[in-house]
Design a binder for this molecule. Structure first.
Ligand code: TEU
Length: 542
């Protein structure tokens, strides 16, 4: 429909603030850096930004451990600076989405501090999941649940006289205590937080672990205690993806709908649903619940035509049944960068051929941008950055690495501060002597300013693609029609959207270019007359 709300087809740029741009010389990125680079993002051609958590936090999980939901951590700025970011972004035509973390809070949050000081069975403790240990001396955790970052989901408290006390539940790090969503005070609290930020002018929320929040009453043992083969996360139907959580999203949707009715500005709720089956994900994405959720199955797909076909069709079938649209994503702050995933190296091991990876990632971008729905980009992908796979172990900060005793390398490699300029010590990220994570030498050829000068750079490809996507209405309104059988043996994905034709050659050999079609954009320079090279994508006007 022509009057579809902005978010249905938006391109949203994820800003991981601490690694975006440092304006104060501390070595850590901040909101001043965001404000300074809004024109860069405008020029890139995105429609909205999503800001990773900036709330006051002890930073045990880089801000996903929130101590105050209505403030700004002094290391990132203050509320006034946040207002400036929102207003300046709006003045440039960019919407602003913020991250919200309702499953858990920091153990520094006043509610948790009060709960620690209060007695078992007190109303303060009822806001979280406190329980006595099992076994003769209560030295066993209350159940067998496992934390996403490794180890038990339970941490033991110490009472005022120094003796061990009750346990509390933490699905992630021990510094992140899970709220008890069965207590109505939690829901009321989050409603007032949402109002606070909506009143400040934000256009939407990215909801952290939106399949979490509610736990099965009684917190029963997980009978299988299995890990998901793909994600490595514990699958535990008593802790995740509970039916009760849908009541939360219905309440949040009523609230954003009410704001919309009042001022006519569409708001968006996008869920981070850590469930891979798109049919499960689609249950959250309904006219009376979340507007969007990331299709993580797409992000998990390898460079393969048949696999792309399958995931695109599965995702679209699941989501369009509820009248909604898919949110495509290739990168975020939790996953190894796509350039490295497509580089053909050992999974989780060597870097592979990053040149090949970048070539494929550029092609995947054109495929993703041509699909119906919205697209989420992660900072640095417009520069073609690869995962930094060789950070020294002493530099690693992710609790996932530390809690798993090194079994999982963690997510620092996609969080390395961005290169803006080739020839300065921190590649233009900070005026401090070093960025919070070490940047690799190869960043010198990936700086945004260098790419600005190079016509064939990945930055220019992103700009050209985003400009065409907003200029050609077929990208937004055209129905997806497969142009060639999904099982075609040559490894080509090709589909039409109105007059637009997108062809992706995932195979190892050149394929004939489509006939009677004018080339709009190619992901590679080496497009010969009548041939589309391997590992490339192109947009054509038919
Ligand atoms: O992530 C939730 C989550 O489950 C992932 O971190 C998952 O473990 C990972 O993709 C590997 O499968 C969200 C945030 O995105 C993440 O940064 C936080 O650490 C986490 O919640 C806790 O708030």
């Amino acid at each position: 429909p022509r009057d579809a709300p902005w978010w249905r087809t938006a391109v949203v740029y994820q800003i991981y603030i601490r690694s975006f741009r440092d304006s104060t010389g501390t070595g850590t990125g901040d909101l001043g850096g965001v404000l300074e680079r809004l024109p860069y993002l405008r020029r890139l051609g995105v429609d909205a930004i999503w800001l990773s958590p900036f709330y006051p936090s002890p930073q045990h999980d880089h801000g996903y451990d929130v101590a105050d939901y209505e403030g700004v951590d002094p290391r990132f700025g203050d509320l006034d600076l946040m207002r400036q970011v929102i207003n300046h972004a709006h003045a440039l035509g960019l919407r602003v989405m913020i991250d919200i973390v309702p499953n858990h809070c920091s153990t520094d949050h006043p509610w948790f501090r009060a709960a620690l000081a209060a007695a078992p069975e007190s109303p303060e403790r009822a806001l979280f999941h406190f329980a006595d240990g099992r076994g003769p001396d209560g030295t066993e955790p209350p159940n067998n649940w496992r934390s996403i970052f490794g180890g038990s989901s339970w941490a033991r408290t110490t009472t005022a006289d120094g003796t061990p006390g009750q346990y509390y539940l933490h699905s992630f790090a021990p510094e992140q205590a899970d709220f008890n969503w069965a207590d109505p005070r939690v829901g009321d609290y989050f409603e007032s937080i949402l109002r606070f930020w909506l009143d400040l002018g934000v256009d939407g929320f990215r909801i952290d672990v939106a399949h979490g929040l509610h736990k099965q009453p009684g917190l029963p043992d997980d009978p299988q205690a299995a890990l998901d083969e793909t994600t490595g996360d514990p699958v535990n139907s008593a802790a995740w993806n509970r039916p009760e959580v849908h009541d939360v999203w219905r309440r949040w949707r009523k609230l954003t709908d009410a704001y919309e009715e009042r001022d006519g500005r569409a708001r968006v709720l996008v869920g981070e649903i850590g469930v891979l089956d798109p049919r499960q994900v689609a249950l959250y994405q309904r006219p009376d619940e979340l507007h969007q959720s990331f299709l993580f199955e797409f992000l998990r797909t390898d460079w393969d035509a048949t696999a792309f076909h399958d995931v695109i069709r599965r995702g679209m079938n699941a989501v369009t049944a509820s009248g909604s649209a898919v949110s495509w994503v290739l990168n975020n702050h939790d996953m190894p960068r796509v350039v490295t995933r497509y580089a053909g190296g050992e999974p989780g091991g060597g870097p592979g051929d990053v040149g090949l990876g970048e070539r494929r990632a550029r092609a995947a971008l054109l495929m993703m941008l041509a699909l119906p729905g919205s697209v989420y980009l992660y900072q640095g992908e417009e520069l073609g950055l690869a995962e930094v796979v060789d950070l020294p172990v002493s530099a690693l900060q992710d609790p996932m690495f530390h809690r798993s005793a090194g079994a999982r390398r963690g997510r620092d490699g996609c969080r390395v501060p961005l290169p803006w300029q080739a020839d300065t010590p921190s590649y233009g990220f900070t005026s401090a002597s070093a960025a919070w994570l070490p940047q690799p030498r190869w960043f010198s050829s990936y700086g945004a300013d260098e790419q600005q000068r190079r016509g064939a750079s990945t930055l220019h490809l992103y700009r050209a693609a985003l400009a065409l996507r907003s200029a050609v209405p077929d990208f937004r309104h055209g129905e997806l029609v497969w142009h060639r059988p999904p099982d075609s043996p040559d490894g080509v994905v090709s589909f039409r959207r109105g007059r637009l034709l997108c062809t992706v050659n995932c195979g190892p050999a050149p394929v004939p270019a489509p006939e009677a079609a004018a080339l709009l954009l190619s992901s590679t320079e080496d497009l010969e007359e009548g041939k589309q090279p391997p590992h490339s994508a192109a947009w054509w006007l038919v």
